[in-house]
Ligand binder design. Structure first.
Ligand code: LLP
Length: 436
């Protein structure tokens, strides 16, 4: 159901994003179009900064750029004095293009290649988050070959799975990520890293899941990690500088999502860290978090143009738009739910319920099932809300459809920050087959 606390309109009653008329944006940049309200991105980031300041903790906010990565996005985080995490050579390369300070980059991933580690080490990234034994060996080789030093963290699988969608659970023991605590792998990794003079283990990392709408999982995560630190402090005299708790703060997609203020996550985390530090007589480490979705999710809008319509007697109509699973695979992949509204009159009363269908050749390409809408006609613009995280970043060229443009809107001004792909772009990597 369309909501009105979550969007703005202008004097004509049109949806506005960052103070810019959504219809004017679609006229200028066509559809499908991804638009970010940049002020909202800043507000989310600053809300987290403020929450940590209130708690008087040492902290860093490391934007998980897999949620949405582009040169312009990295520029915004740089302006906010934030850190970023990257998970591939491609994200790292993009951050380098944006002149993002390398010291503020953490490099993640469960299968980083030697070439990626080399790129990271040569550019002196701040931290490499070690995920597995193979990587420890690979990094040792890279450091030996380049004669470099690097700060590392160990990604721990703490055995906590936050209550969230199955695909997003990465904290439980049966996971492809990180070193398991229970089986002793985490300790083995700790000892292996200690043998290297070129790696400095600055702390531990864990990530328990995504779109988490309660705090218990984070409290448990802190408990498990602090217990591990206590053990290693007693056995080996280890004292980490940093405890990186990963990302996962949830956002509102539909009215069913009961979101918590970001301050609540931070205050609960701070309370838990202090409690366990006191109990075990440990110094309170700096707390790092890696939010992705909560920084960009609600700030992003997908604008689509209505095209065909299929009415089937006795069934709900299908209203098709010019985008779909190629620019937002989340509904098809995770049965993710969204709200959408008519950009020319978001407050208009809905008069029918439709399935909002994508344009891709797959029956599962439905952006929103059972969406209440006013009756639409071809050419109407539909705005899907809260599509800013893992939408464009997971986009594909399925069906050889070019990926949309991305626009940043702020203070009534809009700028294209990623241009729309062209058909020529699509064939630019193709080569003719030389038949014998
Ligand atoms: N840190 C690590 C190590 C992660 O694996 C992730 C997300 C994050 C931080 C950021 O989490 P966030 O704050 O965005 O929840 N494609 C899925 C989400 C996958 C999340 C993967 N890891 C989706 O569209 O829901």
């Amino acid at each position: 159901m369309p909501v009105n606390d979550y969007y703005h309109t202008n004097a004509q009653g049109h949806l506005t994003i960052g103070g810019v008329d959504a219809l004017a944006l679609t006229q200028k940049y066509q559809t499908p179009l991804v638009v970010y309200d940049v002020a909202q991105i800043r507000q989310q980031f600053q809300a987290l900064q403020h929450a940590f300041e209130q708690q008087q903790l040492d902290y860093e906010i490391s934007y998980a750029s897999k949620a949405f990565a582009s040169v312009a996005m990295y520029q915004v985080i740089k302006q906010l004095h934030g850190h970023i995490d990257v998970v591939s050579g491609g994200e790292l390369y993009t951050a380098l293009k944006a002149c993002f300070p390398c010291q503020k980059i953490s490099f993640h991933g469960n299968n980083k290649t030697k070439a990626e580690l080399l790129l990271a080490v040569k550019n002196r990234v701040g931290v490499i988050i070690l995920d597995n034994f193979y990587e420890i060996e690979l990094l040792k080789q890279v450091l030996a070959e380049t004669g470099s030093q690097v700060q590392v963290m160990l990604r721990i699988t703490p055995g906590v799975s936050a209550h969230t969608h199955e695909y997003d659970q990465t904290g439980q023991e049966d996971s492809k990520f990180g070193f398991d605590v229970k089986s002793g792998q985490a300790e083995q990794a700790f000892l292996q890293v200690q043998t290297s003079e070129q790696m400095e283990l600055i702390g531990l990392h864990a990530h328990i899941g995504s779109q988490i709408l309660e705090t218990t999982g984070f409290e448990l995560e802190v408990e498990k990690l602090m217990r591990l630190i206590h053990e290693w402090a007693q056995k080996y005299g280890y004292q980490p500088q940093v405890l990186n708790l990963g990302g996962g703060f949830g956002i509102r997609y539909t009215a069913a999502d009961k979101v918590l203020p970001l301050e609540t996550y931070v205050s609960q985390i701070a309370t838990a860290v202090r409690k366990w530090a006191k109990k075990y007589g440990l110094a309170v480490p700096a707390i790092w978090v890696e939010p992705g979705r909560s920084i960009v999710g609600a700030a992003g809008y997908s604008l689509y143009t209505v095209g065909s319509r299929k009415d089937v007697p006795g069934l709900l109509p299908y209203v098709a738009v010019d985008g779909g699973m190629g620019d937002n695979i989340r509904p098809a992949l995770y049965q993710a739910e969204y709200e959408a509204l008519l950009a020319r009159d978001p407050a208009a009363k809905s008069s029918e319920t439709v399935h909002l269908a994508g344009r891709y050749c797959e029956s599962g390409d439905l952006l929103i099932k059972k969406l209440p809408l006013p009756v639409t006609k071809p050419g109407d613009v539909i705005a899907m809300l809260s599509t800013g995280a893992y939408g464009y970043s997971m986009a594909s060229n399925y069906n050889r459809v070019p990926r949309p443009a991305v626009v940043f809107a702020e203070d009534g001004q809009a700028q294209e920050v990623v241009t729309r792909e062209t058909y020529e772009d699509l064939v630019s990597h193709d080569r003719f087959y030389q038949e014998k």
